[in-house]
Design a binder for this molecule. Structure first.
Ligand code: DAT
Ligand code: MG
Length: 167
């Protein structure tokens, strides 16, 4: 079954210069890159992304981590990968949530760590099921930023829209 999945290279992955390495690992899956961009993560975006964890004791640290406040890298690389069984393939490569429990050869097992404050710095995010993938892809990307018809769209007309263009 063809699927799409959201992947984030989190601020620790960027600060450790792991982007090329992670993309190489992801290319083993033979999935296609359908979208990619650098994103400056607002508190609102971070909270919405992790809203299923808002009652957890580590929620505030997690939100600061995703914003890059722990790594002086205020950005993440957001991507959509597409292809056969994409969600499970990427989750397997990513490894378990807790980097100490992740397979040593998985991305999180190889590069993740638990900080002394108990934050799991696990280098990448990967959607864990189809409904989560849909929610997350729609949260991080606009339809025009994805090189496939990810989900149904509608066209709206916005009047008096102002936006930046090249001067
Ligand atoms: P995953 O990222 O594997 O989908 P999740 O959705 O349960 O895991 O949690 C999202 C992130 O929250 C995870 O990548 C790291 C952090 N996290 C989860 N459980 C944690 C815990 N017990 N202690 C510290 N951080 C945790
Ligand atoms: Mg998750």
């Amino acid at each position: 079954m063809k699927q799409q999945t959201l992947i984030l290279i989190k601020p620790d992955g960027l600060v450790k210069s792991l982007t090329g390495n992670i993309l190489t690992r992801l290319s083993e899956t033979k999935l296609e890159i359908a979208a990619a961009k650098m994103v400056r993560v607002t508190p609102e975006l971070a909270r919405e992304h992790y809203k299923h964890l808002q009652d957890k004791p580590f929620f505030n640290e997690l939100i600061e981590y995703l914003q890059g406040k722990l790594h002086s890298r205020r950005k993440v690389l957001a991507m959509v990968y597409w292809g056969e069984n994409a969600i499970q393939k990427v989750r397997e490569l990513a490894g378990a949530t807790n980097p100490e429990e992740a397979e040593p050869t998985s991305i999180r097992g190889a590069y993740g760590r638990i900080t002394s404050k108990g934050v799991y710095e696990n280098v990448i995010h990967a959607s864990s099921n189809e409904s989560e993938a849909e929610r997350e892809i729609k949260l991080w990307f606009e339809p025009d930023e994805i090189i496939l018809d990810a989900y149904p769209v509608k066209t709206i007309t916005i009047e008096k829209l102002s936006k930046k263009v090249w001067s």
